[in-house]
Write a protein that binds this ligand. Sequence first.
Ligand code: NAD
Ligand code: UGA
Length: 446
Amino acid sequence: MKKHVAVIGTGYVGLVTGACLAEIGHSVVCVDNNKKKIAVLKKGGVPIYEPGLGEVIQRNRKNGRLSFATSIADGMKKAEYVFIAVNTPPKPDGEADLSYVEAVAREVARLLSRYTLIVDKSTVPVHTGEKVKQVLRLHGRPDADFDVVSNPEFLREGTAVKDFLHPDRVVVGVESKRAERAMRELYAPLKGPLIVTDIKSAELIKHSSNSFLAMKISFINAVAGICERTGADVTKVAEGMGHDPRIGKSFLKAGLGFGGSCFPKDLSAYIKMAEEAGYDFELLKSVQKINAEQRRWVVKRLKKALWTLRGKTVAVWGLAFKPDTDDLRNAPALDIIAELCEEGCLVRAHDPVAMNLAKPRLKGVYFARDAYDAAKGADAVALVTEWGEYKELDMKKVRALVHTPVFLDGRNLFDPDGLVALGFQVHAVGRPSAALPASAVGRTPL
Ligand code: NAD
Ligand code: UGA
């Protein structure tokens, strides 16, 4: 049954949520106070790079189920469901800044005119549902009829449309049977299991899921460090571990650490939230520490390979925090390039889609036309983001372009033996290095 939905906040999550709810048959207005973003969308453009999203938006704009607005009042005219999908950035102390959520709740309160579900889609700390309810009561009419729902989102950038339309699970935290029924009706076209909980548990499911995944990544990165010290191969260790269904294969890829807009901020917010609840979440602090250290792998390895770095030219392949997105928020590449520049390196950077967004943030860096151009004359090439197209490169050509054939595979994208056969000195995270003499194995911690 078609429902009327307003989604407030048209970013990575709100736009995907709005477009996909329209795709499964609902009538959706996506609202954002960023006028430029809405203007692009109204003209048929897509303000972010997200594979498959453009098609879903176009289809649903044409069939009239998806439209855009700059005011919450316009978005809410017919809305039975109001999704809050605004940003919840970290404050300097790591706590989640909920002022955007509060501002939306305040405005929504004034506009409530029929029974409405206020659905929190943003990632928020436990107790936010209660606070939103308090704001709605404080600023709304005394007889306002609403339910607050927590409906955390688990999509990943790069595969967001698929993740939303084919979810592993949909979590809804509710306080009434009426709200549960309404959420079941809204998501009826989706096949994934609907997990119904109280609001606080739903809120905690989100932070716990992200923190657990981040913990898996830091765990395997710590194991990679042990592999480097002992001569074992982390890809083999991860494979052997992953076959145990209790462990699972996913999120055991060692690399340069996790980035993005969510894991880093959600870890900080969870640590802070736990602290407020009287618990010192030391485990998660270690996850953060390992992640910060992992980003230093490129520079540490380069020092091993090239000795001094001042004046050396380094090609950096990949800037976005992961492939298939243009998102640079907390991207390891930004920290790595900053460290390279501090060491006095000349950086030649390339990314298939994030170059324009990166340019204003990376002064003094040469932005290459393509990965080959980046490699020209380089003393070393560092693969930082594992874009699929890098795997297709003619590495023989790359070998001919570089000044010295030092290759740092920060994401274990390449077969090291293949590169060694082409004459590269290969350094790969957590794998035996073709560059290290046998005597270094087991004795020289990196
Ligand atoms: P984003 O910054 O891309 O988008 C947020 C949007 O909200 C922006 O366009 C901003 O202009 C808009 N906004 C802020 N205040 C507004 C207001 N008062 N009225 C209208 N619009 C307003 O953020 P995002 O990446 O989409 O994340 C949103 C939330 O979803 C965060 O809490 C995040 O943790 C969570 N989340 C994100 C992802 C992801 O992959 N990015 C996945 C799951 C959950
Ligand atoms: C992550 C979660 O996977 C989503 O479920 C969640 O909804 C989202 O955060 C969120 O809350 O915003 P996302 O940040 O888009 O999604 O990307 P991931 O695929 O999870 O990757 C995050 C980071 O971890 C990337 O930097 C990636 O390179 C890194 N990573 C991932 C590894 O280093 N190793 C792995 O095995 C997996």
